[in-house]
Structures are given as structure tokens and as C-alpha cells.
Design a protein around this ligand. Structure first.
Ligand code: C2O
Ligand code: CU
Length: 544
């Protein structure tokens, strides 16, 4: 195994991703940032210099379980103190599994400012992937806002509440197109080369492994390449029993590999399209060019780009969720039973007239003192010690009605899991504070992959739905959608000593409280590095 060292400088730069110029957060001048390439078992060392001038940061390695290094998970308030402007912080961790992963800022709503990128981990020498391809490419999909995250976050925590709204554009590998026609050319310029469509050049007859991931702040997406079918082979670092789709539905925080064969008429180019689903779209689809190598890369395809599936076709999206199964020969069988079952009801609530998202009527907020340090150093006064509720009486909750849920509270309390226990989590969706509205929430677990045991629409039935769990070939993932008015059931083993967030990957939702935190095996966590300390109550314990 190798040691792979990276030196990063994080700073703001003017960028015109969608032709509109705004400040974006970059890594070494780029957003998306550099791709981290590694092989299974390698150690990654990233020395991050925070040159943001006025802003803290922390970087999370999304999908990397941080076994033995829980302090480098990179979520400020949970596993470390934020990196102060001017400071340098070094992350060091092992990539234990092959697959496609991500990294992104995990401080406030900073991710959507542009600090994100991909991590590709290849199989060890002498091992081959269970599918063949000629080339390996990656595409990160994103949505893009013109307001700063400060403005957005302030609006979300104001009375009256100001929603962030739909994004101004969608980006494919950092490129999108906003309609500049009514704007000053100094601010928004449609002929700027920097916002010309992303081009993926292919050789006729070759097969491409396309690693597609989503880093959206809000949007659920559908991605497709005109006239080309995609075979899904990997999801969140696990091999999928291959199946063919015309379009890929992808939720924030998910990664997929699809195989695409360049088998169409090579005398023209084709559109690749990313479009919004699950919310009434108010954002133009993003276009990229799937370019056959004998054609000029910027030559527009002769066709009108496809609009993608109906935004509100939940059945179609649910069908794709159901279709994702572990690949034969690569199945990690889940334990047949669990030790603890949690039912987490997702609701919108008002607390003192502020709008929040809640789980079992608790709206989550991050503490100033990171739990990992607080728990190791017995700083028990730094967060609420009582546990949030494991269950909610969903039998008596109308998931289709607007409920005011006025009994909600804000808390930084956490769930303490017994080390090595098997935990089931049933996420239950419900109506928001708006009539006839339930949203899609991509839930992401730090520190683990979980088995996806099942999905359903409607209220989870404690007696009958568990009988329908897929215990034969469930896929393991780290991010999974909770569909509108639906439920999603997961199982994981609490075998990774540390403190791990589990939250909705929609940035404004987590900011508004949509998350929980799990602790397991804290007594087995090794000596904490002093570099993670220095904030909240850890100042007193800091000893270099
Ligand atoms: Cu990619 Cu806590 O998230
Ligand atoms: Cu959400």
C-alpha cells in the first residue's frame, strides 16, 4: 500500500460556473477540486491550508468509514474543531475499500460554495473488477445558487422564514448555463468560455466506466445520455447486480458507476442532460456534450435535448431504488435480526416560530465542543445528556396531513449505541407544513455502510413490513433516499468506535435540524490528536 500526499489550499475565487460570476470556494484554485486517486489499502494524507480569510472550515471524506481514525471524519462539532482561517490541518486516513467516494466541506452550509470533489479507489493489484471497461471517467453533478451561503443560512434562520428557493442552475462537472440576457455582461456573460458545456470525448466502440456522483445542495436529479443506455454496476462503493437504465436518478451524496458503450452513429454528438426531479423544477436542465472523437467537441448535437422523466413520478424513482441489489458473488449478507429498532419520523416543525426539520420531534443542532472530545474527556456538560427518542408513535400520526408539531424541541443530544450491536433504522416520511407536500430526503450515514432492507410508500407497518425485508441480496450504501410519504429501512453494525452523524444530505435541511448523531465504542477510540482540539470546552484540555 502506498502513502499518497496532497497539499491543498482552500480559498475563495471568482468563478463563472454557469456564466454568472460569484465567489466560489476552491481547492488549489479549482471547483470541483482535484480528484483523489488511490488504491485499496492506501493511506491518504491531505494537508489543508485554510486561506478563506474569514471563515472556518472542515473537510469530510464522504463514504470513507475512518476505521481507527474517527477524529479525521471532518465534521466540525462532531469529530473535530473547525480549521481556523490561516491554520493548516492534516487529515490522514486509509481507504479500505475500492469504489467511488467524495469529499466536501462540512462546516455550516459551506459545501454548496463549491468545496467538493471525487475520490476513486481502485482494486488491489491482481484483483479485477467484475465488469470490463476501456476508460474510467468521472462526472460530479451539482446545483448552483447565486446567493452566498451566508445569505441563505440567514434567511433559513429568520422570521419571517426565507427559503433558499430552487437553484439558479445545475452543473455538470462544474459547468452550467444561466440565462444572462437581462444582466450586465460584467457579471453574467453567456459567451464566457468557462461556462461552455462540459465535453466528454469518446472513441467509437469503446466502453466507458462513468463515475457519476451528486453533490447537490437541494436537488434530486435525473441524468441521461441521449440514445445511450447505461448499465449500473456500482453504488456507493458496492457492486450492483448490473441493470440497464435510460436515465439514472441520483440523490445528493450518492455515487454510481455506470457502463456506457459508445455504440451510436459516430458522425454526430449527443446531449448529456441533468434535470431536476422530485420538486417542481424551476431550474433549466444542465447540458453536456457526449462527443464522438471525430467530431468537433463543441459541435451542438442536431437534436433537442431530452427533458428527462416527469419530476413528480415517484413510482419510477422508487422502482430504481428497488432495483439496486448487491451483485452476485459480492453479497455481504446482513444479520438476520437486530438488537435495536429505531423509527425516525421526519417532520417539519416550528420552534419559537422558527421553521425547523425534526426527527421524532427533535431538531438537531451541533454543539461547540465536538462530541468525540467531550466523550473521551468526560466533558458531559457540553451537550444534552438525555437520549433523543428511539421511536415515535407513528401509528397515531397522520403522515398525509399538515401537523403543526408544536411540541418539538431543539437539541444536541445523541444516540448511544452498544458496541457491535445491530441497529435497524426505519426512516418515516410525512407531510411538510404545506398541504399535499412531502419531499425526498437523501439520508447519509458517516462511519458505516448500511444494508438497505426495504422501501415503501405510506406508513411503515411494524408487523408486516419487516417480513418483506430483503435479507438475501440487499445493497450496502452510505446514502439512501427516503421517498415522499414513504419509508426506508436500514440495518448496520455499530462496530466502528467513534461518533457518527446521520443526516439528510440536503444542505439546508441538515442546517435546519434534520439529523441525528450516533456514538459507539467510545472507550475503544485511541488517543485523540491534539490537532482536532482548541474550540469550545476543549481549550482547557488542550495540551500540545
Ligand atoms: Cu456528505 Cu455529513 O456528509
Ligand atoms: Cu431533507
Amino acid at each position: 500500500a502506498k502513502i499518497r500526499k496532497h497539499k491543498w489550499e482552500v480559498k475563495y475565487e471568482y468563478k463563472s460556473h454557469d456564466c454568472y460570476q460569484k465567489l466560489a470556494m476552491t481547492v488549489n484554485g479549482k471547483t470541483p477540486g482535484p480528484t483523489i486517486l488511490a488504491q485499496q489499502g492506501d493511506t491518504i494524507i491531505v494537508k489543508v491550508k485554510n486561506s478563506l480569510l474569514l471563515e472556518n472550515t472542515a473537510i469530510h471524506w464522504h463514504g470513507i468509514p475512518q476505521i481507527g481514525t474517527p477524529w479525521f471524519d471532518g465534521i466540525a462539532g462532531v469529530t473535530q474543531c473547525p480549521i481556523l482561517p490561516g491554520d493548516t490541518f492534516t487529515y490522514r486516513f486509509v481507504v479500505n475499500r475500492p469504489g467511488t467516494y467524495l469529499y466536501h466541506a462540512h462546516y455550516g452550509m459551506q459545501r454548496e460554495s463549491g468545496l467538493y470533489g471525487s475520490i476513486h479507489v481502485s482494486v488491489p493489484d491482481g484483483i479485477s473488477e467484475p465488469f470490463a471497461y476501456d476508460y474510467d471517467r468521472s462526472i460530479i453533478l451539482n446545483d448552483w445558487y447565486h446567493k452566498s451561503t451566508y445569505e441563505q443560512a440567514t434567511g433559513l434562520s429568520s422570521i419571517p422564514f426565507q427559503w433558499v428557493g430552487e437553484p439558479q442552475s445545475l452543473l455538470i462537472q462544474g459547468r452550467g448555463k444561466f440565462d444572462c440576457s437581462s444582466m450586465d455582461a460584467g457579471v453574467c456573460n453567456a459567451s464566457n468560455q468557462k461556462c461552455s458545456p462540459f465535453v466528454m470525448t469518446v472513441v467509437p466502440g469503446k466502453t466507458y466506466r462513468l463515475r457519476i456522483s451528486s453533490m447537490t445542495a437541494l436537488s434530486a436529479l435525473s441524468f441521461q445520455i441521449e440514445s445511450h443506455k447505461m448499465t449500473i454496476v456500482e453504488a456507493d462503493g458496492h457492486y450492483v447486480e448490473p441493470f440497464v437504465v435510460q436515465n439514472l436518478f441520483i440523490y445528493s451524496g450518492e455515487t454510481y458507476s455506470v457502463l456506457v458503450k459508445a455504440d451510436q452513429d459516430p458522425s454526430r454528438n449527443y446531449w448529456a442532460v441533468s434535470s431536476v426531479v422530485s420538486r417542481l423544477p424551476n431550474t433549466t436542465s444542465a447540458l453536456a456534450i457526449f462527443n464522438y472523437n471525430s467530431i468537433h467537441p463543441e459541435k451542438k448535437p442536431p437534436t433537442t435535448p431530452h427533458n428527462g422523466p416527469q419530476w413528480n413520478d415517484v413510482a419510477l424513482r422508487l422502482a430504481q431504488s428497488h432495483a439496486i441489489k448487491a451483485r452476485h458473488g459480492y453479497i455481504y449478507q446482513p444479520p438476520k435480526t437486530s438488537d435495536r429498532v429505531m423509527v425516525l419520523l421526519n417532520t417539519q416543525n416550528t420552534i419559537d416560530n422558527y421553521l425547523h426539520w425534526s426527527v421524532n420531534n427533535v431538531s438537531y443542532n451541533l454543539p461547540r465542543t465536538p462530541y468525540l472530545i467531550a466523550l473521551k474527556e468526560n466533558l458531559s456538560h457540553t451537550f444534552h445528556q438525555s437520549s433523543p427518542p428511539d421511536k415515535y408513535d407513528i401509528a397515531n400520526y397522520d403522515i398525509y396531513a399538515v401537523r403543526n408539531n408544536t411540541n418539538a424541541t431543539s437539541s444536541d443530544s445523541i444516540y448511544r449505541l452498544e458496541y457491535n450491536s445491530i441497529v435497524d433504522v426505519i426512516l418515516q416520511n410525512a407531510n411538510t407544513m404545506n398541504p399535499n407536500n412531502s419531499e425526498t430526503h437523501p439520508w447519509h450515514l458517516h462511519g458505516h455502510d448500511f444494508w438497505v432492507l426495504g422501501y415503501g410508500i405510506g406508513k411503515f407497518d411494524m408487523n408486516n413490513d419487516p417480513k418483506k425485508y430483503n435479507l438475501v441480496n440487499p445493497i450496502m450504501k452510505n446514502t439512501v433516499p427516503l421517498h415522499p410519504y414513504g419509508w426506508t429501512a436500514l440495518r448496520f453494525k455499530a462496530d466502528n468506535p467513534g461518533v457518527w452523524a446521520f443526516h439528510c444530505h440536503i444542505e439546508s435541511h441538515f442546517y435546519m435540524g434534520m439529523g441525528v448523531v450516533f456514538e459507539e465504542g467510545i472507550d475503544k477510540v485511541g488517543k485523540l490528536p491534539s490537532s482536532i482540539m482548541g474550540c469550545g470546552e476543549t481549550k482547557a484540555t488542550y495540551s500540545p
